[in-house]
Design a protein. Structure first.
Length: 227
């Protein structure tokens, strides 16, 4: 009855996606959504970049991953991507797993793609690779990316400290680790009165975990306790 929910009810796109990306610390010229789900946003940002060939979004996404990957809920992201059918998106995340291979939490993402490598660019890959070489982040991975295609500017994303001040779920991931429980604490900070069932739905976690978090929150905050 209370199984974890994997996908968003509606895909993110257009202005909603841009707002969500800004909400998790990507610097685009738009108003930020309030504490959007991090893994949902990462998935739909990658689909925007790969399916719509939006290299600007993909560049900022890859920079974000390089800065913030320690605080991704890898279980949540892996479950989402297991349902993904677009081959280029799967190849991208397999490439990310290759790049971030020192973090074993992402190892299962490497299984998303088997077979020949996939070119990021629709045309001209061989010429660009001969001229500029491979992007070192994806070198040897399932995704072939010329070095001059995805710019890497740290200023395009918030720092972990900046994002922790703005995004309650991220802040709790820094405090207690990237987990469903951390996201539930963040959700309760914004909406203390929500039920355990609603808490599980918002954080994509199980009802049992949500019930425990709600119980612990109540213990700390009843009678004007912890703030």
């Amino acid at each position: 009855m209370y199984r974890r929910q994997l996908q968003r009810t509606e895909p993110l796109g257009g202005e909603a996606l841009t707002a969500a990306m800004v909400g998790i610390g990507m610097r685009f010229a738009a108003k930020a959504a309030r504490t959007p789900n991090i893994e949902d946003t990462l998935l739909f940002a990658s689909k925007e970049g790969l399916e719509r060939h939006d290299l600007r979004v993909l560049s900022v996404l890859v920079t974000w991953l390089g800065v913030h990957s320690p605080w991704i809920n890898a279980d949540r992201l892996t479950r989402l991507l297991a349902e993904e059918t677009e081959p280029r998106v799967r190849a991208f995340w397999a490439g990310v797993a290759h790049w971030l291979k020192t973090d074993r939490r992402f190892a299962r993402l490497a299984e998303l793609h088997t077979g020949p490598g996939v070119d990021l660019l629709p045309t001209g890959t061989e010429f660009q690779l001969a001229r500029h070489g491979e992007d070192p982040r994806f070198e040897g991975s399932p995704l072939r990316v010329p070095a001059n295609v995805l710019r890497d500017r740290p200023a395009d994303v918030l720092t972990p400290a900046e994002l922790a001040r703005r995004h309650a779920g991220y802040r709790h991931r820094v405090l207690i680790g990237p987990s469903y429980r951390a996201d539930m604490w963040g959700a309760l900070q914004s909406s203390p009165s929500i039920s355990a069932a609603e808490l599980a739905r918002r954080a994509y976690g199980s009802f049992a975990t949500a019930w425990q978090v709600k119980r612990d929150w109540t213990v700390l905050h009843e009678n004007g306790g912890a703030r």
